[in-house]
Design a protein around this ligand. Structure first.
Ligand code: GLU
Length: 273
């Protein structure tokens, strides 16, 4: 009798052990590049709230923007013409945890390479050179970050570099932190603050949507964008860097940059590469 129970239980125990071992492996030690080749797919974390970089087109139910197009071009470069790019929505705040948990293979979402973030993840070579700026209502008395004195209020997005950037550049202003760029712009338009601070490209994307809002004061920080990849994924990181060099060399990158930023008034597309 006991033998029969054992005979039944042993395979179950084996199966459970195998499943549990598999679960652990999927996050910590799986090789992204091997996995991408096997599935013919790369899973990218992109913004869906950021005009020009990653914005949900509700009619088409597709996310569109510069980051999305670069991710598609890199995917084809890495996996070949049949390679698939899959997109998962991230915000400034959720992108790092989603990458660390293994939900996405890489982040391509207006993300600045900083020494602090480099402690947690690896970054590709720079793929877009942005700079910190301000968006204000036309005619506002705020002309640059120097005008953000005591009694003024500025909106920043959670998980972005601008909590710190503003603290350094305008320590006396009040800061309103919001969850994403859609909410941030809505709050500015409803008069909840005097300015919104983030990267110039993102702010130009907002000013195109509503001409009553303008980018002012030039840039007060450098924000070089990189593609974030988990540590311990050097083969994938190197492959992404080679693919990036290739699309910069063969004109694909220039075409994408021109498509999204060529017609943006006040933005020099030659300076981003
Ligand atoms: N580039 C800045 C950052 O990585 C701001 C843009 C964003 O929030 O994604 O934090």
């Amino acid at each position: 009798m006991q033998k029969r129970i054992l005979k039944f239980l042993l395979p179950v125990v084996f199966l459970l052990t195998a499943v549990l071992a598999g679960c652990g492996k999927s996050v910590a030690s799986q090789d992204i590049l091997t996995n991408a080749s096997q599935t013919n797919t790369i899973i990218w974390g992109v913004k869906a709230d950021t005009n020009l970089f990653g914005l949900m087109n509700v009619k088409k139910n597709k996310i569109e923007g510069f980051d999305v197009d670069v991710a598609k071009a890199l995917t084809k470069q890495i996996l070949g013409p049949s390679g698939k790019a899959k997109f998962v929505q991230v915000t400034s705040d959720t992108r790092m945890p989603l990458l660390k948990a293994g939900n996405i293979d890489a982040i391509i979402a207006t993300m600045t390479i900083t020494p602090e973030r480099k402690k947690q993840v690896d970054f590709s070579d720079i793929y877009f050179k942005a700079g910190g700026s301000l968006l204000v209502k036309k005619g506002s008395k705020i002309k640059s970050v120097k005008d953000l004195k005591k009694g003024t209020k500025v909106i920043v997005v959670q998980g972005s570099t601008y909590g710190d950037n503003i603290k350094k550049a305008a320590p006396d202003t009040q800061v309103l932190q919001l969850a994403d760029y859609a909410q941030a712009f809505t709050a500015l338009k409803s008069g909840q603050a005097d300015a919104l601070s983030t990267d110039n490209g993102i702010l130009y994307g907002m000013s195109i949507q509503d001409k009553d809002y303008v980018v002012v004061g030039g840039t007060y920080t450098n924000e070089p964008y990189g593609i974030a990849i988990n540590k311990g994924q050097k083969p994938f990181l190197h492959t992404v860097n080679s693919a990036l060099a290739k699309i910069k060399e063969n004109g694909t990158y220039d075409k994408i940059a021109q498509k999204w930023f060529g017609d943006v008034p006040g933005f020099d597309v030659k300076e981003v590469k």
